[in-house]
Design a binder for this molecule. Structure first.
Ligand SMILES: CC1=C(/C=C/C(C)=C/C=C/C(C)=C/C=O)C(C)(C)CCC1
Ligand SMILES: [Fe+2]
Length: 334
């Protein structure tokens, strides 16, 4: 009887999820590559943010249950404020989202150096993702941007179309830097490969490739290494991340289910995914780029392998290998 009482609501829940999904699949005009990309963004990429609970642990904010509760409340409040801001000022919110994402992705992929070198790498890496995808597939991306702003996208394109001048300049300086500093070459080559992939794939599939195959693994590698150094149990990190992932999927599922009748299935689906992502990005960035990076930047001269290329920082040539007052230099914690 008890088992029966447990199975019936679970089955009802599953039926509801399957029904919502099949009605979306019937109504959407997105191709299979974009749908697969969206699924990967939601189920593979999004959980990297669910490790923010573990990041809070690394920062010493989650030692007691009340601290964890305060962290979760702060995170959810910030996410809710982003959604409210987006609904009130969609153009400004999308523009800000693109800008902060460029910085977040760029910082995650840069391997460090002086502040200027770091800025050049950040603009080049992050710019290729956000501006590259937007400009390679202008017509398709314009439709997505119009769903996200609720109509006019002129101001967005005015800004996106100016960006290649800055990004092009950053790429030229990056090339010069890579000639002098061989450790930068694999990362520059990575930008070229990603550019080709973004050009070839539909925009959502290209973004999903980057988000799931580059950004997420780099982030997880950083967090995992730092937390194992601090002797946190992998099991507790995984349980916490699974809990946060399920909570965000549930929130997204509810938002999807409350589909407004006036909106097309594509518009609603993309709004839920990207406004949801923006809402989680703001607290995620504050935590990862603002706090974790500052506290756990590798010390110059320490060996630090990079995922994807697996090149030790120490193998870097030239004078920047010499320890300089033990100042934190590396900044590639995604
Ligand atoms: C909306 C949209 C884009 C931007 C997506 C962004 C900006 C995602 C940011 C995610 C973050 C920052 C996750 C955190 O780790 C693209 C791919 C340019 C083109 C297709 C439509
Ligand atoms: Fe991230």
């Amino acid at each position: 009887m008890a088992i029966f009482a447990r199975i019936v609501p679970t089955r009802a829940g599953c039926v509801m999820i399957v029904e919502t999904l099949t009605s979306f699949l019937d109504a959407t005009s997105l191709g299979w590559a974009s749908l697969l990309g969206l699924a990967a963004i939601i189920f593979v990429g999004l959980p990297h943010g669910a490790f923010d609970g573990a990041v809070a642990m690394a920062l010493g904010w989650a030692g007691k249950p009340w601290m964890m509760l305060a962290f979760i409340m702060g995170y959810v409040t910030m996410a809710a404020l982003v959604v409210i801001f987006w609904l009130a000022f969609p153009d400004l919110a999308l523009l800000a989202f693109l800008g902060i994402s460029l910085v977040h992705f760029g910082l995650g992929d840069a391997i460090g150096g002086t502040a200027t070198e770091q800025a050049i790498q950040t603009i080049a890496h992050g710019g290729m993702v956000i501006v590259g995808i937007s400009l390679f597939h202008k017509a398709e991306v314009d439709i997505i941007y119009s769903y996200l702003t609720g109509g006019d996208t002129t101001i967005i394109w005015v800004c996106v179309e100016q960006a290649p001048f800055v990004i092009g300049l950053a790429l030229c300086i990056y090339l010069a830097m890579a000639i002098a500093r061989p450790a930068l070459r694999p990362r520059l080559f990575e930008i070229a490969c990603l550019g080709f992939i973004f050009y070839m794939l539909p925009p959502l599939a290209g973004f999903a490739f980057y988000f799931c195959m580059v950004h997420t693994p780099r982030h997880l590698f950083r967090i995992w290494r730092q937390l194992s150094r601090q002797n946190f149990s992998p099991r507790s990190m995984l349980i916490m991340a699974a809990g946060f992932s399920c909570a965000s999927w549930l929130a997204g599922g509810i938002a999807l289910w409350m589909s407004p009748p006036s909106m097309s299935a594509d518009a609603h689906l993309l709004r839920v995914v990207f406004i949801g992502l923006a809402a989680l990005t703001v607290p995620h960035m504050i935590l990862v780029d603002g706090l974790f990076r500052r506290h756990h930047a590798p010390i110059q001269g320490t060996t630090d392998t990079m995922p994807i290329t697996d090149i030790p920082f120490k193998s870097d040539s030239g004078q920047d290998n010499k320890p300089q007052d033990n100042k934190p230099q590396g900044h590639n914690n995604a």
